[in-house]
Design a protein around this ligand. Structure first.
Ligand code: FAD
Length: 536
């Protein structure tokens, strides 16, 4: 088939904020009042005019790149280089807001396809220029910050022109996608054929197919549709040492599965130029509903029972007591949250979502309902489910509005076995509270579950101010140390980047790190691919 391309593209995100500028609403007055009860409110605008450091690349190097991808696709202007600086973690936003563009790439290069990526890598290797693959730029763990020590500079390889549906095999239910397609664009192309991918991380609107694969992302429907790495059937990767094509069959016993080496390789082993994914029919029915649990422990146990009985809905998430209270807080009735929340007061909110054919949804829902009722859950009906579904991609806009009034908000995540869940929860929460001090709110939810364990996702709300970054970084380090001390995973889906790199050896061991270094040496002997990211 000829490549199909999206007709509607997502607009660029501003450098200092999340998302589509037309969707940013600002902080509603009621919410501002509510926040003001807990934190000092102080308007904290981002700096608008900031200097981007001069490019370190010479005119001959730029001419060499132009010869490969065309004049228009070698971009040097300050605005574009600023937009390709770092990702969208709160530290990234705070640095951008303060006008710190120390990590700006020296040039942005936009290849039009696999062959141009190959050519750029060969040239960058010859010229010793670091290459940072750039998908949606939604990285939250420093995966877009390369260390160019000993190299001529940094080239941001913007994959935004590679946005095609290249092939569709409806019989096998597979689709081959280019890496630069953002979530909604990929889903729109597949929907034209009555199909879907089903990967909906909170960053869905901006993150890309290549980024999902490179970070081993996990979406909000992971209970039903699986993590992104589980959706990947095949990969095409351009490396300085040559091309790697993987995925000749749905499964094989042909030695270790090398797809796993490139999934999660965060641009350090190669540039993913094609991803073949499993697709499925668009759901005919969607039903989302709420459940109340007396405690986080009771709700978590219910999730474990469902997972171990192979009875998972499409979406399954559970907020702890603090997150539930915040989610249900109504600015119009501040102070009366407990009174007005009826059955939900003081407990935990679970969202269960079902998607599929009417008969499959009805059967799964009936079976899950029986289990949850038997375990002591109380059904709350569709309203909480619909409210979650409507706001599922909205939280990052709220983070910007809170940063605007001097309130610090950041998230972190981890995963562990069920038997260790409570210990991990308690210790990470305690580490964050101890580091950030009185008044800090630490909220948590479980949104990815397995038969053997789950991930925990923490949201931290604390006093902001001029020293917000200086106070956050030790708090994050304390949380990471608590994660390591409890034997949990340093990341379940945000990836390693540069931020989690100091903790990776504790998780995979010295030999594990040597294996990563050996692979890097094999595919990228000069070390131009995302140097400093992932590998300790
Ligand atoms: C508000 C917010 C919410 C988020 N929610 C979730 C969530 O629910 N689930 C989740 O999993 N993550 C989430 N994330 C993290 C982030 O969105 C994911 O890591 C996502 O997969 C990154 O995709 P991207 O296209 O933006 O990649 P980028 O940010 O552009 O890149 C991420 C890393 O992958 C590398 N890379 C990108 N494309 C390629 C490629 N084609 N080949 C090789 N390397 C490549 C980059 O060099 C970098 O190291 C969230 C982030 C934000 C800011």
């Amino acid at each position: 088939m000829t490549a199909e391309r999206p007709t509607v593209l997502q607009p660029e995100m501003p450098p200092t904020r999340w998302g589509d500028p037309s969707h940013a609403t600002g902080l509603p007055d009621g919410v501002r009042d509510l926040v003001g009860l807990v934190f000092p409110i102080r308007d904290t605008p981002a700096r608008a005019e900031v200097a981007v450091p001069a490019s370190r690349l010479g005119e001959a190097q730029l001419a060499g790149l132009r010869a490969l991808v065309g004049e228009a696709n070698v971009v040097l202007d300050d605005a574009t280089r600023r937009l390709r600086t770092r990702g969208k973690s709160t530290p990234d936003l705070l640095r951008q807001r303060a006008g710190d563009l120390g990590d700006a790439p020296d040039v942005v290069v936009r290849p039009g396809g696999h062959d141009e990526v190959v050519a750029v890598l060969a040239y960058a290797e010859q010229q010793r220029i670091a290459v940072v693959p750039f998908g949606g730029g939604t990285a939250v763990t420093g995966g877009l910050v390369a260390d160019a020590t000993g190299l001529a500079g940094v080239l941001s390889l913007d994959l935004g022109r590679m946005r095609g549906l290249l092939a569709l095999d409806p019989v096998s239910s597979t689709a081959t996608l280019e890496p630069g397609l953002r979530g909604p664009e990929a889903e729109a192309l597949l929907a034209e054929h009555g199909l879907m991918l089903g990967h909906f991380p909170q960053s869905f609107e901006y993150a890309t197919i290549g980024g999902f694969a490179a970070t081993r992302s996990s979406g909000q429907s992971s209970a039903g549709y699986g993590r992104f790495d589980a959706m990947v059937v095949g990969l095409r990767v351009a490396t300085p040492a040559g091309e790697v094509r993987l995925g000749s069959a749905p499964a094989n016993a042909s030695g270790p599965d090398l797809r796993e080496l490139f999934l999660g390789s965060e641009g350090a082993f190669g540039v993913i130029t094609e991803v073949t994914v499993r697709v499925r029919p668009l759901p005919e029915v969607k039903h989302y509903e709420g459940w109340h649990w007396p405690s986080f422990a009771a709700g978590s146990d219910a999730m474990r029972v469902l997972a171990q009985a192979d009875l998972l809905p499409t979406v399954l998430r559970l907020s702890d007591e603090a997150e539930t209270a915040i989610n249900l807080a109504d600015p119009a009735t501040v102070g009366a949250i407990g009174d007005d929340a009826g059955q939900t007061s003081g407990g935990c909110l679970m969202i269960a979502g079902y998607e599929g054919t009417p008969s499959a949804v009805a059967a799964k829902r009936a079976a899950v309902t029986e289990v949850l009722t038997g375990l002591g859950g109380t059904a709350l009906g569709e309203e909480p489910g619909l409210s979650w579904a409507q706001g599922r991609f909205a939280a990052p806009y709220l983070r910007d509005s809170l940063l605007d009034v001097g309130v610090l908000v950041e998230t972190l995540e981890t995963a562990t076995f069920w038997s260790n869940r409570e210990r991990l929860y308690t210790q990470v929460k305690a580490a964050l509270e101890a580091s950030l001090g009185e008044g800090t709110m630490v909220l948590c939810h479980v949104s990815h579950v397995y038969a053997t364990g789950c991930s925990l996702y923490f949201t931290v709300v604390a006093r902001g101010g001029d020293d917000a970054l200086e106070r956050w970084l030790p708090a994050k380090a304390a949380a990471c140390e608590a994660i390591v001390a409890t034997g949990a995973a340093i990341t379940h889906h945000h990836a390693v980047g540069t931020d989690h790199k100091p903790y990776l050896t504790a998780e995979i061991g010295e030999v594990g790190v040597e294996v990563l270094r050996a692979v890097k040496q094999a595919v990228d002997p000069v070390g131009i691919l995302n140097p400093g990211v992932l590998i300790p």
